[in-house]
Design a protein around this ligand. Structure first.
Ligand code: NAD
Length: 359
């Protein structure tokens, strides 16, 4: 089967890190039988420069047609004065909502070699490998009514609505169970069912969907306890699934357990498992064009794409093992450099991963 992949480098270091991810994909095609067609498009500031829109028509057509999308990053100082609807970040929001990418996958993984980069004790975080599945298009960030009103007393009142329908809960639950099936088959649903009715419904539906996944071990945890457990003993978790706002907060906390922004991939999936894959970091204009950005978050995004959308599990494993081997050899970009290791640039890091893949 030939996979259709759309590559959107975007802005800043997006261009350099995507170039390294493409080297890895090209190697999988040449040496390991991956069958793919790759298209390239504009997004963010690059979309504005080329076609006057952060999510141009031409990219919309390619995105709809693709099986999976690999994105670099968007944003840059030169776009900061643009009207809000033309800013690069709008391109990201537009593509996510247009493609109905409601399931946000945020892994936190920390290779033993980099355990010193965490602010937690190495033994707490070394070999950490957890996945947070965050509902991305519902909940309190979108619920109606919302607003700020003036009361009769003259005092202002701000309000938002936390709401989920049964079908919204069911589809994020299914997405999370599917992910758990590809991992250690343990799912922890995080809610606040002791206080919130919407969480009661959440818990009920997540449990009900579990009947279709008898191999997955389900547990429930209140969000305040989950926050504590993430810091105390993060390795107890395999997959966590939670609402938009809880996931927003917990996934950033989990990312920081690893201490290195240049190492973390992410994905956003639709109901059919089609997805957009991207590093969690931004376009880093401060280091763009200097050949110092870490391309590993983007290369690991390729591995996630192979695992969760394209079902090429062996190739996904190959990439992750190659990254591990490169780190074990002490090869590092500047952001993860430690004394006694060898510092290399963006392109050399990509080459090192490809060399490992080729064995
Ligand atoms: P950033 O993630 O771009 O950079 C934060 C810091 O981390 C910078 O010091 C940067 O040099 C460093 N960094 C980031 N990625 C790195 C990598 N791969 N290797 C080494 N160092 C790396 O966040 P920011 O500075 O707040 O934002 C810069 C621009 O990116 C803004 O325009 C912002 O809107 C945009 N942004 C885009 C995304 C995205 O595309 N998904 C996400 C966040 C921010």
């Amino acid at each position: 089967m030939t996979h259709k992949i759309l590559v959107l480098p975007g802005d800043g270091i997006g261009i350099e890190i995507i170039a390294e991810a493409k080297k890895v994909l090209d190697c999988l095609v040449a040496d390991f039988g991956l069958s793919m067609e790759m298209e390239e498009g504009y997004i963010g500031g690059a979309g504005y420069d080329a076609e006057g829109s952060p999510y141009p028509e031409s990219t919309q057509v390619l995105a709809k047609d693709a099986d999976a999308i690999l994105l670099g990053a968007v944003g840059g100082y030169q776009y900061e004065e643009l009207p809000r609807e033309l800013r690069p970040e709008r391109g990201l929001l537009a593509i996510r909502s247009e493609l109905k990418l409601f399931s946000n996958l945020r892994p936190a993984l920390l290779y033993a070699e980099l355990a010193d980069a965490s602010t937690l004790k190495p033994e707490v975080v070394a070999n950490l490998d957890l996945m947070i599945v965050r509902e991305l298009t519902g909940g309190i960030y979108f619920g109606q009514p919302r607003g700020i009103e003036v009361l009769d007393s003259g005092e202002r009142r701000g309000y938002n609505t936390l709401e989920y329908t049964e079908s919204e809960i069911e589809r994020i639950a299914r997405s999370a169970y599917d992910i758990a099936m590809k991992r250690d088959k343990r799912l922890c649903s995080v809610d606040k069912a002791n206080v919130l009715e919407v969480s009661e419904l959440w818990r009920e539906i997540v449990t009900k969907v579990g009947a279709d996944y008898p191999e997955v071990e389900l547990s429930h945890m209140y969000v305040d306890n989950a926050a504590m457990q993430l810091i105390k003993d993060p390795k107890q978790f395999d997959v966590m699934v939670t609402k938009n706002m809880f996931g927003d907060i917990l996934s950033d906390a989990a990312a920081m357990l690893t201490g290195s922004i240049g190492m973390l991939p992410s994905a956003s999936l639709d109901a059919a498992g089609k997805g957009m894959y991207e590093p969690i970091h931004g376009s880093a204009p401060d280091i763009a064009g200097k050949d110092i950005a870490n391309p590993l978050a983007t290369i690991l995004s390729v591995s996630m794409m192979l695992r969760y959308t394209l079902n090429e599990i062996e190739l996904a494993d190959k990439i992750e093992n190659a990254v591990k081997a490169v780190l074990a050899k002490g090869i590092r970009t500047a952001d993860i450099y430690q004394e006694g290791t060898q510092q290399v640039g963006t392109a050399a890091m990509g080459d090192a991963v490809v060399a490992e893949l080729r064995g």
